[in-house]
Structure formats: C-alpha cells, structure tokens
Design a protein around this ligand. Structure first.
Ligand code: FES
Length: 166
C-alpha cells in the first residue's frame, strides 16, 4: 500500500532503495537489469503512481538507461502514470469476461462509484480501470482490487466489495 498517495514530488525512500537492492541480489551482477520490474513495483507501491522523475530515479537505482525503464513502465498495465486512487479496481472486459457478463459488472461499478474508466472518485478513494485479460478466465467475470483477484462477480458481490473498501 502506498504511503504518499499522489505526492507531487516523488523520491524513492531509503527503504525503497534497500528493497531494490534486495531484488537486485537475486540476479547475477551482469543481469541486474532484470530487477527493473520489481523496482518499478516497489516505487509505485510507495508513491501510488510512477511520475517521469520517479521512473528516472528507478532507472538510476537499477543501473539501466532511462529509456529501458520507460519501455517497461509504459508497456505493462499494472504501472500507473497518474494518481489512480487509494484503491484501484481493474475490470477485465476481454472475451471470457465479456461473455460471462462483464458489461453488467462495469455498468454497476460505474453507477455505484459515479465514475467512468480512467477516473478516480472525488474523495480519491477508488480508481476504476479497464484491462485486458488477466489470465483468470475460468473465474470470469473478474476484477483485480489492488493486488487481489476477485472472480465470478455478480452485482451483489460488487456491492460487498465496495462496502469493504477503506
Ligand atoms: S478474459 Fe477476463 S480474465 Fe481472461
């Protein structure tokens, strides 16, 4: 969970830098670049999203060219580039989820939260995002709430999820 939600000035803490070093230690020194995804995740967990200066700092910490860090940070949907809410709900609308009712799930979520995909509630508590297949098709329709997958969604289970958010 991030501790500086949407902070304007993003800097890696000493603790985050130490965590990155622990990740780097898992690889031979010549493969230190393989730490990049874990390092970006550590940075995002600390700051809620990845600003350009933060991505640059991560690149420096890992020891890769900045462009390599940007490539990774902009390719994967799990990396955020603007404040995305204290809780992030990612709804899969890909084929299996669509065939199993994701349209109704999306409609219910948007109606309950009063926001569309790509938006954050006015209190900053919940962000709603549309994502492609999250590889949990057997549990369709599904969503990801922060780091947890929630499957076999119904409008009733959505209500319970929303009530349980801090
Ligand atoms: S289509 Fe939704 S998880 Fe695969």
């Amino acid at each position: 969970m991030s501790n500086q939600k949407g902070s304007a000035e993003q800097k890696l803490s000493q603790q985050a830098l130490e965590q990155i070093e622990l990740e780097a230690a898992k690889y031979p020194p010549e493969n230190r670049a393989s730490t990049i995804m874990a390092a970006l995740t550590i940075a995002q967990d600390e700051h809620n999203y990845l600003s350009k200066p933060l991505i640059e700092e991560v690149a420096q910490a890992v020891g890769v060219p900045v462009v390599r860090a940007y490539e990774v940070a902009t390719f994967y949907s799990m990396y955020q580039h603007k404040p995305c809410g204290e809780n992030v709900i990612k709804v899969c609308t890909n084929i299996s989820c669509m065939l199993r009712g994701s349209d109704e799930i999306v409609e219910h979520l948007q109606s309950r939260l009063g926001i569309k995909f790509g938006e954050v509630t006015s209190d900053g508590k919940v962000g709603l995002q549309e994502v492609e297949c999250l590889a949990a098709c057997a549990g369709a329709p599904m969503l990801q709430l922060n780091k947890d997958y929630i499957e076999n969604l119904t409008t009733e289970s959505i209500d319970k999820i929303l009530e349980g958010l801090k």
